[in-house]
Design a protein around this ligand. Sequence first.
Ligand code: NDP
Ligand code: BG6
Length: 490
Amino acid sequence: MNNDKHIYTIFGASGDLTRRKLIPALYSLYVQNLLPDKFIILGAARSPLSNEDFRNIMKESILNSNEIHDKSSAEEFLKHLYYIGLQYDNPNDYIQLKEYLEKLRSKFDIPGNTIFYLSTPPSLYKVIPVHLAAVGLNETDDGWKRLIIEKPFGFDLQSAIELKDLLLKDWKEEQIYRIDHYLGKETVQNVLVTRFSNGIFEPLWNRNYIHHIEVTAAENIGIENRGGYYDSIGALRDMIQNHLLQVVGLISMEPPSSLEPLSIRNEILKVFQSLRPLRREEVAKYAVRGQYISSVINNETVKGYREEKNIKPDSKTETFAAIKFYIDNWRWGGVPFYIRTGKRLPTRVTEVVIHFKPTPHFLFTRKNIQEACNKLILRIQPDEGMLLEIGIKTPGAGFEVQNIDLDFRYSELAHQRIPGAYERLLHDTIRGDNTLFARTGEVIEAWKFLTPILEEWSNNPNVPLYGYPAGTWGPKEADNLFDDENQTWH
Ligand code: NDP
Ligand code: BG6
C-alpha cells in the first residue's frame, strides 16, 4: 500500500456527487495530512468551466459541508484543483486529456500514477474506459492507473456481464474499483470486527443458534431531484443489489484467513454464490414491492411518487422492496434472511437485527416466544452503535423477567470522529487497497440472485405493486413475509 503522488481525475466533475461527496471527502483527507505532498485533482466534464469556476464551486461545497469542521485549509487545498472540458465520446478529447495530464505531471513533478473516477451517468461506464485505454491511459509503465466505477454496475445480469467483459479487455481486475459507499461506513466495517474479534459471537453465529436475520435500510426522504435516474432503477437495483447484499455478505461470510483484500472478498463471493434465487412462482409472495402514495405528514401534504418531477404518471417503479431468502450453505441452511428498503418511510435507519433462537426450555413466564429470544442489533446509522437485548429479573417477588438493552453508541467515543464513507473509500483508492470494493464475481452473482425477481416484476402483470402512504413502513404485505404470525420486523 502506498500514498503516492498522483493525479485524481474525476469525470462528471460538474455533478452532484463530486460536489456533495467527493471533493469534501478529499478535502477532509487533506486536512488530516492523508494526501501525499504532491497531488492534483483534475475535474473533467462537458460543462465549460475554467479552473477558477471549478474551484469556486468546490469551495462552496467545502464550506457548506457539515462533515468537516476545519475549513481553514480550503484555499490551500483548492490550488490543487484543475478542470478540463471534454466530450465523453470524442476520441480527440482524450488525446488532449492525456497531454494535459502530462503537462500537469511535469509542472508538479508527479509520476504517471492516475485515478480515473467515473462520477457520471452509468451509460458512460461503457464509454470512458474504452477511450482512456485507446490513448494508453490504462498503461502502467509510468505509474499505476486505477478506474473507479460508481454504482450501478449494470442494469441487469446481461448488461453487467457485457460491462465486465468490456472493461476487462483493457483493464486488469485489480485496476478496477467498484465503489459501494456502504462498505465505507465505519459501522458496516464494524460487522467484521464484531464477528471476528470477539470469541463470544462466532460460536453462536450459525443455524444452530440464530433464528433469522433482518436487514433494514429505511429512508424518510423521497427521491429528491433524482427522478430521471430513479424511475429507471427502483429500490431493488438502487439499494439491494449493492448496499444491502454487501451488508448480508459481511454478516454471513466465513472467517477470512487474513485481512488481505482477496481473502475477504473471496468469502463474500462464496456467500453470494450460495444465495438461493427465488423461483418465479415465489416472487409475488417473497419479494414484495411498493410505491409511495401521497399522504399528510405533520399537517403537510407529501407528494406521491407518481407526482414527483421526472416520474411517469403511470410509473411501475418500486420505491420499497422487501425480500425473504435463504443462503444455501452449512452455516445458514434453513435460516431466513429478511431485507427491506424504502423511500418515504417514517424514519431514516439502517440496521441489522440478529434474532437468536429461544431458550430450549421456558423456566420463566414470557408473554410470547419472541420475548424469549435475544437480539443483537447492529445499528449502522444514524446513532451508530450496537445493542444486545437480554432478559433480566424484574426486581421484587417471584421471577418476572423483563428484557433490557446492553447499549453502546459510537457517540460515546466522544474524542473519535466517525469518518464519512467516501473519505475512507477515496483514501483506499489512493493507497491501492481494494478490500472494501466489490469484485466482478460478486456483482455478477448479486445480479443472478435478483434476476428472477426483476424479470417477474417487469413481465408478470399479476405481481402486485402495492401503494403505501408516504411516511408509513411500506405495504403491510411486507409483514406477511414472516411465516410465524407472531413475528414481524423489528
Ligand atoms: P449527475 O446526474 O449529477 O451527473 C454527473 C455529471 O455527468 C453531470 O454534471 C454532467 O456533467 C454529466 N452528465 C449528466 N447527464 C449526462 C448525460 N446524459 N450524458 C452525458 N453526461 C451527462 O450524477 P451524480 O453526480 O449524482 O452521480 C454520479 C454517479 O454516481 C451516478 O452513476 C450515480 O448513480 C452515482 N451515485 C450518486 C450518488 C449521489 O448522491 N449523487 C450516490 C451514489 C452513487 P456535464 O454535463 O458537465 O458533462
Ligand atoms: C445511494 C442511493 O446509493 O444510497 C440513494 O442511490 C440512497 O437512493 C443512498 O438515498 C443512501 O445512502 P445513505 O448513506 O444515506 O444510507
